[in-house]
Design a protein around this ligand. Structure first.
Ligand code: THU
Length: 165
């Protein structure tokens, strides 16, 4: 038998799991509520899948966004990036502390937390790298548990960043 030529890199990721939003810190509950409130502004006629995001900045400002779809599908944008890019555009010098994400589907009941798509993770990673401070990510479904990641590193191990450039 030939000797194995590789070792395994086992990556451990940590997510806090809460049974419901009432177990969250009050500030986190408020931010999550803001992300829920903005769901109604989602423009999602193609997927019927509404997403709301609320970004808390270090100066206490809360920026909200919702997904905006397009008949040319890739031209649409996720709620997380709508909110994060707006925050970056309006407050370029203010760091992002936390992002809360909510969801509502017209087709099914979402009973698990919505975890941001790969492109949104990469965008969150960019702002975390820009500030050098972790961004907390609060994820919720329409019902069920709430997840909190303390940093994008928990959702995007081995991320590509400016350190390679
Ligand atoms: N969507 C988001 O807004 N955020 C995510 O993290 C996942 C997906 C949107 C994009 C599209 O408008 C709809 O949900 C279905 O993919």
């Amino acid at each position: 038998m030939s000797k194995q030529k590789f070792t395994n890199l086992n990556i451990v990721t940590e997510i806090e799991v809460y049974d419901s939003s009432k177990h969250l810190a009050e500030k986190d509950q408020q931010l999550l509520l803001e992300s829920k409130k903005i769901l109604k502004n989602a423009y999602a006629p193609y997927s019927n899948f509404q997403v709301g995001a609320a970004v808390l900045l270090e100066n206490g400002e809360i920026i909200t966004g919702s997904n905006q779809e397009n008949a040319a599908y890739p031209s649409g944008l996720c709620a997380e990036r709508v909110a994060i890019f707006y925050a970056g555009a309006q407050f370029p010098k203010v760091d992002i502390k936390t992002i809360a994400i909510s969801v509502k589907s017209k087709n099914v009941v979402i009973s698990e937390p919505l975890s941001p798509c790969g492109s949104c993770r990469q965008a969150i990673a960019e702002y975390e790298n820009k500030s050098g401070k972790p961004i907390r990510i609060i994820m919720s479904g329409e019902k069920g548990k709430i997840y909190i990641a303390k940093s994008i590193e928990s959702l995007l191990p081995l991320m590509f960043s400016k350190k390679y450039l």
